[in-house]
Design a protein around this ligand. Structure first.
Ligand SMILES: *[C@@H]1O[C@H](CO)[C@@H](O)[C@H](O)[C@H]1NC(C)=O
Ligand SMILES: *[C@@H]1O[C@H](CO)[C@@H](O)[C@H](O)[C@H]1NC(C)=O
Ligand SMILES: *[C@@H]1O[C@H](CO)[C@@H](O)[C@H](O)[C@H]1NC(C)=O
Length: 321
C-alpha cells in the first residue's frame, strides 16, 4: 500500500505543475519517474472467475484513474474501444478522455459495474461517453456496434480492438472445439467484423489499433490457440495497414507483456504464477494497465503519421518485441 500512496502523491504534484509548464526553472520540473518504485512489486490476483471485476483487486489495479495526466492530444477525436470497462481498455478509455476524445466502450453485460466507473471517470473530463455492451462473437452485433458508436458520437476516427479471451490448455489432445472457436471469435473474427464495418466510414487520419500480445512472438506452451490469435492480429495490422494506408487510415498493433488485469484471473492465473513471471523481468514486476495507455495515445495521434502496419512492444523487458 505504501508505494501506491506514493504514486498518488506524485500524480497530484504533476497535475499541479502542468499549469506552470511555461516556467522551466528546475524547481518546477516534474521529478523523474523511477519505474522500479512507481508501483509495488507484488500484485495479488483475486480469486474470481470470468470475466471478473476491477473492484475485486486489492491493492487496486492502476488504470490511470488517479495517475494519468492528459494534455489535449486527442481533442475532438471519437474513439470506440472494445473491452473498455477494465484493464488495458479501461486505461485507454481514461487516457483518451483526458486527452479530449469522446469515448464509446464495449464490454460484456456482466461487466456493467466496471463500465459504470469508466462512465464517471470519462464524463468527469467533460467529454461524451457511450456504453454499448454486447458479445463480440456475434457478427451482427460487431457491425451494429461500429455504426451505433459512430452515430452516437457524431463520427468515428479511432477504433481500438482490444477485447480478448484466453483459457490455458496444456494438452492439444484435450482442447475443446468450443474453446478454439471462442478464442478465435473474440480475438480475431471480431476484429475482422469491426474493421470491415469501420473501414468505409473512417476518414483519412483515422487510426485502428489492435491489442496483440508479447505471446505473438514469445508464446507459452499452454497458449496454443491464444498465441495464434495474437500472432494473427500482428499480421492483420500489417496487411490491413498496407491495404488501408492509401486511404489515410493507419493500422497498427500493440503487444503488451503480462499486465495486471481481470484477463489474468479469468483464465485461472494465480498470484504465484504472476510472481514467477515478474521475477524474470528487469523491474521484478508485471505491468499496470496505466503503463500501457501512453502508447495507445501516441499511435492514435495524427503526428504518428509514419506509424502504419507496425507492431509495438510494451513488455517490461520480456524480449518479445
Ligand atoms: C519561474 O520560477 C522561478 C522560481 O520559482 C521564479 O523566480 C520566476 O519568476 C518564474 N518565472 C515565471 C516567468 O513565472
Ligand atoms: C446478435 O446481435 C444482434 C444485434 O445486436 C441481435 O439482434 C441478436 O439477437 C444477437 N444474436 C444473438 C444470438 O445473441
Ligand atoms: C494429452 O492428452 C492425451 C489424451 O488424454 C494423453 O494421452 C496424453 O498423455 C496427454 N499428454 C500429456 C503431455 O499430458
Amino acid at each position: 500500500m505504501k508505494l501506491f500512496a506514493f504514486s498518488f502523491v506524485s500524480a497530484h504534484l504533476f497535475v499541479g505543475l502542468v499549469s506552470a509548464s511555461s516556467n522551466h526553472s528546475s524547481s518546477n520540473v516534474p521529478s523523474l519517474v523511477d519505474p522500479r518504485t512507481r508501483y509495488q512489486h507484488r500484485v495479488i490476483l483475486p480469486d474470481q472467475g470470468f470475466p471478473g471485476l476491477h473492484q475485486n483487486w486489492n491493492p487496486p489495479i492502476d488504470s490511470g484513474e488517479k495517475s494519468y495526466v492528459g494534455t489535449g492530444r486527442l481533442k475532438g477525436r471519437k474513439a470506440l474501444i472494445t473491452g473498455g470497462d477494465s484493464g488495458i481498455g479501461r486505461a485507454v478509455a481514461i487516457a483518451y478522455a483526458r486527452e479530449g476524445a469522446d469515448v464509446t466502450i464495449n464490454y460484456l453485460p456482466e461487466e456493467q459495474p466496471d463500465a459504470d466507473e469508466v462512465k464517471t471517470l470519462v464524463e468527469a473530463e467533460g467529454v461524451r461517453y457511450f456504453a454499448m455492451p454486447g458479445d463480440l462473437r456475434n457478427e451482427t452485433f460487431c457491425t451494429s456496434l461500429v455504426h451505433q458508436a459512430r452515430e452516437a458520437m457524431g463520427g468515428l476516427d479511432i477504433l481500438v480492438s482490444n477485447a480478448g479471451y484466453f483459457v490455458q490448455n496444456l494438452n492439444i489432445s484435450t482442447i475443446t472445439t468450443e474453446q478454439i472457436l471462442q478464442t478465435f471469435e473474440v480475438n480475431v473474427f471480431a476484429s475482422f467484423y469491426l474493421v470491415r464495418a469501420a473501414a468505409p466510414l473512417l476518414p483519412p487520419g483515422s487510426s485502428i489499433i489492435f491489442t496483440s500480445s508479447g505471446m505473438a512472438r514469445r508464446p507459452h506452451g499452454a497458449a496454443v490457440d491464444y498465441a495464434a490469435t495474437k500472432a494473427a492480429l500482428i499480421s492483420m495490422a500489417q496487411t490491413l495497414g498496407l491495404q488501408l494506408g492509401p486511404q489515410g487510415i493507419r493500422v497498427n498493433a500493440i503487444a503488451p507483456g503480462l499486465t495486471a488485469t481481470n484477463f489474468l484471473t479469468s483464465h485461472g492465473l494465480t498470484t504465484e504464477n504472476a510472481d514467477t513471471i515478474a521475477a524474470q523481468l528487469p523491474l521484478g514486476r508485471i505491468a499496470q494497465p496505466a503503463e500501457l495507455a501512453p502508447i495507445y495515445v501516441m499511435i492514435a495521434e495524427g503526428s504518428s503519421s509514419q506509424s502504419i502496419a507496425s507492431a509495438y512492444g510494451v513488455n517490461g523487458g520480456n524480449l518479445s518485441f
